[in-house]
Design a protein around this ligand. Structure first.
Ligand code: KIV
Length: 279
C-alpha cells in the first residue's frame, strides 16, 4: 500500500518538482488497477458518457451517474484521492445548486473533491465551493461541455488574446480557491507559462510536458475505445483487441465443444449410482 495522496501532498509534489499522475476510472475494477499501478489520483470523469455509455459527447451525464460510478471507484481505490467531475447542468444555473451537487458528490459518492469546466466566469462558484470545504480542480482550455458553443474539439489559446484569456482565467480561478488547474488542448509553451505562473499544480491533457502532472482517459491509454482518438492520446496497450480475441476464442471453443472441459466442470462422485435413480 502506498501513501494516500491528499491535495496538500500534491501541492508538495509540485513544490518538489515531482510529477503528478491522474487517470480516469469509472468502476471497481479500473479503480483497483489504477491504485495498484501507483497513480496519485483518479478522476471519475464525465468522459464516462463517451466510453462507458457510448454517447457522442458528455452532455447527457448526470450527477446521479457520477455518484453511482464514484461509489464503485471509492471501493476499488480506498487509498487514492478521487475527484468527481461535475457534469453539464449541475453547476451553471445557480451557485447554490452547484454547491449542493458538489457536496452530494463528496457525501454520497465518496469523492475527495470535484472538477468543473469553465473560465473566469466560474470564479464565484469556486469561491463558494471552497468556503463550503469542497476542494476544486478548475478545468480550462478545451472544455468538452461547451462543444455546442465551441463547434467541436479545438486547441485553445492560439492567439495573443486567447492565450492571455487563459492565463487570466488560471490566475483568477487559483485566487478563487482552486487547488489545481487542469488544462486540456492548450499549446505546450503556453501551458508551461501558465504552470510557472501558478502556485497550485497544473494537470495537462494535450498540454505538453511542462505541466505539473498529466491525466489520460483509461479506456484511451489501454486501447479500449476506438470511436475517436485525439492526437494527445498515447495507447500503452491494445486491451480492446486482446479482449475481443479472448472472447472470440471462447465463442469458438463453446461452439466447438472444447469448453467447458473436465478441468472447468464439477464431477459427481458415485454418478453411476445416483443418475440411474433420477427420473
Ligand atoms: O471527463 C474526463 O475524463 C475529463 C478528462 C478528459 C480531463 O474531463
Amino acid at each position: 500500500m502506498t501513501e494516500k495522496k491528499t491535495w496538500p501532498r500534491m501541492q508538495e509534489m509540485k513544490e518538489a518538482g515531482e510529477k503528478i499522475v491522474m487517470i480516469t476510472a469509472y468502476d471497481y475494477a479500473s479503480a483497483t488497477m489504477a491504485q495498484n499501478a501507483g497513480v496519485d489520483f483518479i478522476l471519475v470523469g464525465d468522459s464516462l458518457g463517451n466510453v462507458v455509455q457510448g454517447c457522442d459527447n458528455t452532455l447527457p451525464v448526470t450527477v446521479d451517474e457520477i455518484i453511482y460510478h464514484s461509489k464503485m471507484v471509492r471501493r476499488g481505490a480506498p487509498d487514492t484521492c478521487v475527484v468527481g467531475d461535475m457534469p453539464f447542468g449541475s453547476y451553471e444555473v445557480t451557485i447554490e445548486e452547484g454547491v449542493r451537487n458538489a457536496i452530494r458528490m463528496m457525501k454520497e459518492g465518496g469523492c475527495d473533491g470535484v472538477k468543473l469546466e469553465g473560465g473566469i466566469e466560474r470564479a464565484p462558484l469556486i469561491k463558494a465551493l471552497t468556503e463550503a470545504s469542497v476542494p476544486v480542480m478548475a478545468h480550462i482550455g478545451m472544455t468538452p461541455q461547451k462543444i455546442a458553443q465551441m463547434g467541436g474539439f479545438k486547441v485553445q489559446g492560439k492567439s495573443v488574446e486567447a492565450a492571455q484569456k487563459l492565463i487570466d482565467a488560471a490566475k483568477e480561478l487559483e485566487a478563487a480557491g482552486a487547488v489545481q488547474v487542469l488544462m486540456e488542448c492548450v499549446p505546450a509553451p503556453l501551458a508551461t507559462k501558465i504552470t510557472e505562473s501558478l502556485h497550485v499544480p497544473t494537470i495537462g491533457i494535450g498540454a505538453g510536458a511542462g505541466c505539473d502532472g498529466q491525466v489520460l482517459v483509461w479506456y484511451d491509454l489501454a486501447g479500449m475505445y476506438d470511436k475517436f482518438c485525439p492526437k494527445f492520446v498515447k495507447k500503452y496497450a491494445e486491451a480492446g483487441k486482446m479482449i475481443t480475441n479472448a472472447m472470440a476464442e471462447y465463442v469458438s471453443e463453446v461452439k466447438g465443444g472444447q469448453f467447458p472441459d473436465d478441468a472447468h466442470s464439477f464431477a459427481l462422485k458415485n454418478a453411476d449410482e445416483i443418475l440411474p435413480r433420477l427420473y
